[in-house]
Design a protein around this ligand. Structure first.
Ligand SMILES: Cc1cc2nc3c(=O)[nH]c(=O)nc-3n(C[C@H](O)[C@H](O)[C@H](O)COP(=O)(O)OP(=O)(O)OC[C@H]3O[C@@H](n4cnc5c(N)ncnc54)[C@H](O)[C@@H]3O)c2cc1C
Length: 161
């Protein structure tokens, strides 16, 4: 995209800081589009730093899947909310906006990898949770796994003054 941030003083330039927002985040709010119709949906994710990918899971049917199957292009935001700034009519935050294409993961090895990434992202005791989710269980067979590889990322920060 050929747009530059108007408030360039608020742009987060370095890759590590942008990645930290993703690592600290728990869910992404993502914009989808089909037939010129927008849809926005919030999904929990796990982040895999090695491949710069976010993994998602969800039910096997529903509106977001119909959108993603028709058009896998996604624009999503992850927000680190640092609170309203009283007396300034403003809000402190760090955010990223990411763009990429969502892929549906079909083979078991990729799906297991996705689950592992999500569980490692969220759980204090990943091994205990991992033991509950594996091929053959209902949680497994009724779930779709998806991966969003980041093709573009921007970051912005509004500090408390
Ligand atoms: C913090 C957070 C984390 C979440 N994590 C996951 C996750 O990991 N996986 C997952 O599948 N879902 C997650 N959800 C729920 C998700 O936002 C959707 O509600 C859900 O995925 C169903 O979406 P769908 O398009 O299949 O809706 P459908 O069941 O097909 O329903 C579509 C209709 O319901 C409305 N709708 C759908 N979701 C919402 C909503 N959240 N609020 C208000 N109206 C809604 C739509 O506007 C539309 O009219 C999370 C939600 C939150 C807030």
């Amino acid at each position: 995209m050929n747009y530059h941030m108007r408030r360039s003083d608020r742009e987060i330039q370095d890759a590590d800081s942008k990645e930290a927002i993703i690592k600290n985040g728990k869910y992404a709010i993502m914009a989808l589009c089909k037939d010129n119709e927008p849809y926005i949906v919030t999904l929990s994710y796990g982040y895999d730093a090695a491949t710069r990918s976010l993994y998602f899971h969800g039910a096997k049917e529903g509106l977001k899947l119909d959108f993603l199957k028709a058009n896998p292009r996604v624009c999503a935001t992850i927000i680190e909310d640092q609170g309203y700034i009283f007396g300034e009519c403003s809000h402190a935050y760090r955010t990223v906006v990411i763009r990429g294409e969502m892929e549906f993961l079909e083979n078991d090895a990729e799906r297991v990898k996705g689950i592992e990434v999500m569980i490692n992202h969220f759980e204090k005791d990943p091994a205990k949770m991992m033991a509950k989710v594996h091929p053959g269980t209902g949680t497994w067979t009724n779930t779709v796994m998806m991966r969003l590889t980041i093709t573009e990322i921007t970051g912005k920060e509004r500090k408390k003054s």
